[in-house]
Ligand binder design. Structure first.
Ligand SMILES: [Zn+2]
Length: 275
């Protein structure tokens, strides 16, 4: 799933092209992709976007008259692209938006499951849709992060992925951040000592920044991630093979030398716990 660095890189790339011209034709959209029907997509036609914004893992395109916001959540497999006039693109994207001048914004989704979503909202409706989200992950700082960690006793990997607590991190960047902070994915949030809270706050900032810089240069997963999906490959810090464990519905990657004091983590899949 694209997370904050990926979405933010796309936001930056889309900001200028999507605000250069008014919208000529909005839609069509796949029936499962379009989540709202009032106002209709055609309400966008003739208006111009003020630019591209981002909140957590969502892209937001407010119109420059302040009346509408187009919101896109890509989920796991959704991707957005801006096509220049005349550039060939997908035949039947999940959502298409054509601008005067001929450019197009297209949303595609790999696989049969349509989980990505497009919403057309009034600004106050958009605000309500986003109200449950926690603060953005970058720049949280030690004090604020300490409050979030202390609010409830949670496993760190699970807490970092919880958008209501901290917005923008998913399973891939949780793996990268915890490795950099040298913390176990299973560590309990309320057990961290001040030095560990600081290490985690610093790792959130440095890893998301590293990811954003690489994504803006077009780097692919294999180069961007150093721990995530790297089972058996040597840890870039100590050389120990990266390990993997299933936790809840996720697969966690970690280094047993750097993060868990040599201990191998036990499988905690929900399916196994429920047996
Ligand atoms: Zn290591």
């Amino acid at each position: 799933m694209p997370e904050l660095p990926e979405i933010e890189a796309w936001r930056r790339a889309l900001n200028d092209p999507i605000s250069a011209f008014p919208i000529e034709k909005a839609g069509p959209a796949h029936i499962a992709t379009l989540k709202t029907f009032d106002p209709p997509l055609s309400a966008l036609e003739g208006r111009r976007f003020a630019g591209a914004e981002r909140r957590a893992k969502r892209l937001l395109f407010p119109t420059d008259d302040g009346e509408l916001v187009l919101m896109i959540h890509l989920m796991s497999a959704g991707r957005v692209r801006y096509l220049l006039a005349g550039e060939s693109g997908p035949k039947s994207p999940a959502f298409r938006l054509r601008f005067e001048g001929g450019g197009e914004l297209v949303l595609t989704e790999a696989g049969a499951k349509k989980r990505a979503g497009v919403w057309l909202l009034a600004p106050e409706e958009a605000e309500a849709e986003l109200a449950h989200l926690g603060p953005e992950a970058p720049g949280l700082g030690t004090e604020r992060l300490g409050e979030i960690l202390g609010a409830e006793s949670r496993r760190l990997h699970s807490l970092l992925r919880d958008q209501r607590a901290i917005a923008g991190i998913g399973r891939a960047w949780a793996n990268e951040i915890l490795h950099t902070a040298q913390l176990s994915p299973y560590a309990t949030s309320t057990d961290l000592v001040p030095g560990q809270v600081k290490a985690l706050a610093d790792a959130i900032d440095s890893e998301l920044q590293r990811g954003l810089e690489l994504r803006e240069r077009g780097a692919k997963d294999a180069k961007v991630y150093r721990v995530h999906n790297k089972l058996g490959e040597p840890c870039h810090v100590c050389g120990t093979p990266i390990a993997r464990v299933d936790f809840e519905e996720h697969t966690i990657y970690y280094c047993s030398e750097c993060q868990t004091g040599g201990r191998v983590l036990k499988d905690r899949r929900l399916s196994r716990l429920l047996r």
